[in-house]
Write a protein that binds this ligand. Structure first.
Ligand SMILES: Nc1nc2c(c(=O)[nH]1)N[C@H]1C(S)=C(S)[C@@H](COP(=O)(O)OP(=O)(O)OC[C@H]3O[C@@H](n4cnc5c(=O)[nH]c(N)nc54)[C@H](O)[C@@H]3O)O[C@H]1N2
Ligand SMILES: Nc1nc2c(c(=O)[nH]1)N[C@H]1C(S)=C(S)[C@@H](COP(=O)(O)OP(=O)(O)OC[C@H]3O[C@@H](n4cnc5c(=O)[nH]c(N)nc54)[C@H](O)[C@@H]3O)O[C@H]1N2
Ligand code: SF4
Ligand SMILES: [Mo]
Length: 708
């Protein structure tokens, strides 16, 4: 009896235990920290989530996605074993078999068609270590030039613009603590209240102190509720609006000429260009009354301090770079940068949207924000990697252009880690068809996503609760995410998958890592002396401090908060002001396609929805998309609330329910892109690319609608 009791007690303890993890939300760029308590009671799991009050960015807040993030981790739909597809069906196999299979296929494709027959496609959810290793894997293990990632659709226009204007791209040039002390704030194409909800109190504090807040958005959103002035602009016209603002600012004498003279160049050309434009014309083009443009210019121009924020609403256009450059002009011409309460900020999107764009998973980039086309940069990285710089491939093409290369059968095999391109690429019907025609597709994911469905091999990866690594949040703050939960099934971390695959390909000597920290140590050295210098950051520092803001060139360096206090990052120390010509969307409304469509996000779902659609709580609150239609437009098309609507563009169609609301412009429709199959709006969107950043025009295309 005694034995039985003690056996029972041991068994009971094994079955019922509580684990506590210090975690970071896997979703947006704020990277809120929390404590997740997982209690297992026999086969039932109970989770409790507590925010961390010490967190300097979230200040101890969590949004609904963060509080429920664990749900997708344990919902029973994880891929737990490697799967290979035979005759259209997935079968469980061992890692050994999966690795052999990939080695054979990769080797044969490259032997037959050359190294560049393989492409690699990464994501901004990967840790810095994994993003770094993915770039190295493509260039060293596969020796292909084709690698790019989903951040191309996210940060690329803002990054290009910031590099041109400042000589450097870190999302925020100020810190979050500058927000409450800014006298005037411009929020252009950003819906913070739904996309980074925990940041709202920074703006509420500013408002309480008397700050004047302007929001530029074709719709009313929870963020426009904050606004003293909501500018309900016609989609795709922001660059022109800013020209109107700049013209007024200069003509009314609000420009800061001593700042312009000492710290910038290019102002004379801008001034000359602005003289040639007409405010009334700008007003007609943007559908914003001239009096509103004048008011906005006066408010921003007169304010002693101010910050300009942009996000995807103004960046995801074929003119995204020029548009962002013009918003940066606003900060430069008024001298509102590099001092307290001032700055420009592109609000980063994905968990590691910032770090993911610094360490080499971008087509033209090497770690530390170095360039593949700079001989010195190539030599430095080749040295760290132990190869000859001649062996480094040249730059490849952007994410959507890779899809075109696949359709043209130039890329025959693709390795995807951390993205769901079937849902998130523009012109998604074309993209899905292209991916289906690949000779070989490998997807590393936690789930059988819409893209993984098409794969020949699915590699099961770990979640944020299980995978340790560093990420860089929207402030440029490098933070450590501890992933102490036991790996389920035979899942592996992304970095382990890359190392194992490199070994299978006979390239193991370049991938000798047995922990994320070891990879970080190499990343530190690789980034040393680069633009995004992480050399002074160590895991120990990250454990002891609440993250470190880059650049941080040595161990004793405290990290860099506000940028550009004394000088900009161009060699001559000056920022570049540029004249931005008139910009318009690539498609204009017509008899056949009389409405503009814009796309974006809602609070409850994240990106292609693979994770949040699997959360009972989040999906329970919001389980299908709808298309926002103005009442007058709805009447014209004989649509009522809840009716099924077919949305059609040149490229394809999608179907969803009508949500009739006066919050949107009459000529514009809005929906989110978190949904699959016929409800995926990217079946409709325009793949026109910005010529500089290769950002697709997600935010405006022309469509027709009809009741289904
Ligand atoms: N809940 C939630 N939060 C997220 C994400 C998510 O999927 N869900 N994703 C994360 C990621 S990766 C990103 S990149 C960020 C994105 O964050 P945001 O850029 O803030 O999000 P969006 O909804 O794409 O676009 C913002 C706003 O732009 C407006 N807009 C559309 N067209 C135009 C235009 O032509 N001009 C102007 N001025 N505005 C326009 C839209 O109406 C929308 O309200 O959010 C991050 N946070
Ligand atoms: N129409 C329209 N389209 C858009 C946008 C828009 O505003 N409008 N926004 C664009 C933007 S800003 C972005 S960022 C993209 C994002 O689009 P996607 O790249 O498709 O982003 P996710 O949905 O995060 O896809 C991530 C996939 O990777 C998996 N995953 C998550 N974490 C990890 C991980 O750590 N490792 C691995 N191996 N897998 C992981 C998820 O399960 C999911 O299947 O969409 C773009 N597409
Ligand atoms: S989604 Fe963003 S704001 Fe919400 S909890 Fe996660 S990191 Fe924080
Ligand atoms: Mo994004």
């Amino acid at each position: 009896m005694k034995d039985f009791l003690s056996n029972f007690q041991t068994k009971y303890k094994e079955l019922n235990k509580e684990e506590i993890y210090d975690a970071r939300c896997p979703y947006c760029s704020v990277q809120c920290t929390m404590q997740v308590m997982e209690e297992r009671i026999v086969s039932r799991r109970v989770f409790k989530v507590k925010p961390n009050k010490e967190d300097p960015s979230s200040e101890g807040r969590l949004c609904i996605k963060g509080v429920n993030a664990h749900e997708h981790v344990v919902n029973g739909q994880r891929v737990l074993f490697p799967l290979i597809k035979i005759d259209g069906e997935f079968h469980r196999v061992s890692w050994g078999l999966a690795l052999d299979y990939m080695k054979d296929k990769f080797t044969k494709l490259q032997a037959e068609y050359g190294n560049d027959a393989l492409g690699v496609y990464g994501g901004g959810s990967l840790t810095n270590e994994e993003a770094y290793l993915l770039g190295k894997f493509a260039r060293v293990a596969l020796k292909t030039k084709y690698i790019d990632y989903n951040g191309r659709f996210c940060m690329s226009s803002a990054a290009t613009a910031a590099n041109q204007a400042f000589g450097m791209d870190r999302g925020l040039t100020c810190t979050l603590s500058d927000i409450p002390i800014a006298e005037c704030i411009i929020l252009a194409g950003t819906n913070i209240a739904e996309c980074q909800p925990v940041l709202m109190p920074y703006f509420l504090k500013a408002k309480k102190r008397g700050s004047y807040i302007m929001v530029i958005d074709p719709r009313e959103t929870p963020t426009t509720k904050l606004a003293d002035l909501h500018i309900k602009i016609k989609p795709g016209m922001d660059a022109n609006l800013v020209n109107g603002l700049l013209k007024e600012i200069i003509e009314q004498g609000y420009a800061d000429h001593s700042f312009i003279k000492e710290r910038t160049k290019g102002f004379t050309e801008l001034q000359a260009y602005l003289q040639s434009i007409d405010l009334q014309e700008i007003s007609e083009l943007t559908d914003v009354p001239a009096s509103i443009i004048q008011l906005a210019a006066e408010r921003f121009g007169k304010a002693e301090t101010g910050i300009v924020f942009t996000a995807r609403g103004v960046e995801q256009h074929a003119s995204g770079v020029e548009t962002v450059k013009n918003f940066i002009n606003l900060a430069l011409v008024t001298g509102k940068i590099g001092r307290p309460g001032c700055g420009y900020g592109a609000i980063t999107g994905q968990a590691n949207g910032q770090g993911g764009r610094e360490h080499g998973q971008k087509a033209d980039q090497l770690p530390g924000y170095r360039s593949l086309s700079n001989p010195e940069h190539r030599q430095h990285i080749a040295g760290i990697w132990g190869i000859d710089d001649i062996e480094l491939p040249e730059k490849g093409v952007s994410a959507y252009e890779m899809m075109e290369k696949i359709a043209a059968e130039e890329i025959k095999g693709l390795f995807i880690m951390g993205s769901n391109p079937v849902v998130s690429n523009p012109n998604a019907i074309f993209v899905e068809k292209a991916l289906k025609e690949l000779d070989f597709l490998v997807v590393a994911d936690m789930y059988i996503s819409e893209t993984a469905r098409l794969a020949d091999v699915i590699l099961p990866t770990t979640s944020y609760l299980e995978d340790t690594g560093t990420l860089t949040n929207l402030e440029g703050r490098v933070v450590l995410r501890e992933g102490n939960r036991r790996k389920p099934g035979e899942t592996k971390h992304d970095w382990e998958i890359l190392c194992d695959l490199a070994v299978a390909l006979g390239q193991g000597e370049y991938f000798p890592f047995s922990s994320a920290e070891e990879i970080f140590e190499e990343l530190r050295a690789a980034s040393k002396g680069g633009m995004a210098d992480y050399y002074g950051i160590t895991y120990q520092r990250l454990q002891e401090e609440q993250g470190v803001l880059w650049p941080c060139p040595d161990i004793s360096h405290p990290g860099t908060g506000r940028l550009f206090e004394m000088t900009f990052a161009h060699e001559d120390g000056k920022a570049v002001i540029s004249a931005v010509a008139r910009q318009e969307p690539r498609e204009e409304v017509s008899h056949e396609f009389p409405l503009y469509l814009t796309t974006g996000r809602i609070m409850h779902h994240y990106l292609s929805g693979v994770q949040t659609r699997k959360s009972p709580k989040l999906n329970g609150l919001y389980s299908e998309p709808s298309i926002a239609i103005h009442p007058n437009t709805a009447q014209k098309y004989q649509l009522e609330e809840g009716d099924l609507v077919k949305i059609r563009s040149k490229r394809g169609n999608a179907v969803m329910k009508a949500s009739i609301t006066p919050s949107i412009r009459e000529d514009t429709l809005f929906t989110s892109f978190h949904w699959s199959d016929l409800q995926s709006i990217n079946r409709v969107t325009n793949p026109a690319l910005d010529p500089q950043s290769k950002m697709p025009e997600f935010k405006v295309c022309v469509v027709n609608i009809s009741p289904l």
